[in-house]
Design a protein around this ligand. Structure first.
Ligand code: FPP
Length: 256
């Protein structure tokens, strides 16, 4: 179930030959390895984040061209505030830099921006940048580019439980009426329906953990771990990950 990039097959199989009729509808990516990419080049960590931003541009267009419906990118977690203040500040300026230069391309590609996370805790300039991008792309009807910004899976579940508890305390809901659907519709991915749950979750940089990302939603996602550092991730690597996804036999707990 958990497989690394299929390096051993690479000499015999062209893993970019993917089936166009089995593209994962929702792809979520934990973009890891920016710091190591920079370190390898004796550059400051922020140089890795800047290059990572360029990779976001490339992969957004690749995913949209492939027919992905939702691309969710883990850009800043509720735990990333623990990083040095200079790095946090740089990361807070990235959405503005990204949208200032890339919104025309997003509109051209018919890509709609969405942001998921505790946005009101972000600096005002970051909030403004994301709200503007959401408004600028509101009429786009193609792929949704969903940034997880100041997002954490456990915090999201806590917030959902609070919302549900509030309904119960107001007698709007009985405890035995609480279903999976009640929880789905209380999470930050509710408005992505019918694509709320990722079909494919990719993590780059060789690390194999979930790091508090979409904990509820990945119950039946296929997980692919790529050795590429995020700034090196390319259209070819994305296709390689989708190729691996297409080799899986998704059973959702049932039989084939
Ligand atoms: C993890 O790599 C990466 C992040 C915490 C930030 C991700 C942000 C980007 C890729 C740019 C986002 C772009 C936009 C448009 C918001 P790391 O720093 O943990 O790398 P390391 O594990 O090698 O140190």
């Amino acid at each position: 179930m958990f497989s690394k990039s299929n390096k051993e097959d690479k000499n015999t199989i062209d893993t970019t030959q993917i089936l166009n009729d089995n593209i994962p509808k929702h792809v979520a990516i934990i973009m890891d390895g920016n710091g190591r990419w920079a370190q390898k080049r004796h550059l400051p960590r922020i140089a890795g984040h800047r290059e990572g931003m360029n990779t976001v541009k490339k992969i957004t267009i690749s995913a949209s061209n492939l027919g992905v419906k939702v691309l969710t990118l883990y850009a800043f977690s509720t735990e990333n505030w623990k990083r040095p203040s200079g790095e946090v500040s740089f990361l807070m300026h990235l959405p503005g830099d990204f949208f200032d230069t890339f919104v025309p391309d997003l509109i051209k590609a018919n890509v709609k921006v969405k942001v998921m996370g505790y946005i009101d805790q972000l600096p005002d300039f970051t909030q403004k940048a994301v709200k503007k991008a959401i408004a600028d792309t509101a009429k786009c009807t193609g792929m949704i580019l969903n940034f997880a910004l100041n997002y954490g899976g456990r915090a999201e579940i806590v917030t959902a439980v609070q919302k549900i508890a509030e309904k119960v305390s107001q007698n709007d809901l009985k405890p035995d009426e609480i279903s999976e659907e009640t929880i789905n519709s209380s999470l930050m991915t509710a408005d992505l329906k019918p694509f709320s749950d990722p079909d494919l979750l990719i993590r780059t940089s060789g690390e194999e953990r979930i790091s508090n990302f979409l904990l509820w939603q990945i119950a039946y996602s296929e997980l692919v771990f790529s050795d590429q550092l995020w700034p090196d991730f390319s259209d070819t690597t994305l296709k390689d990950c989708i190729y691996q996804y297409q080799q899986r036999n998704r059973r959702f707990g049932g039989l084939k």
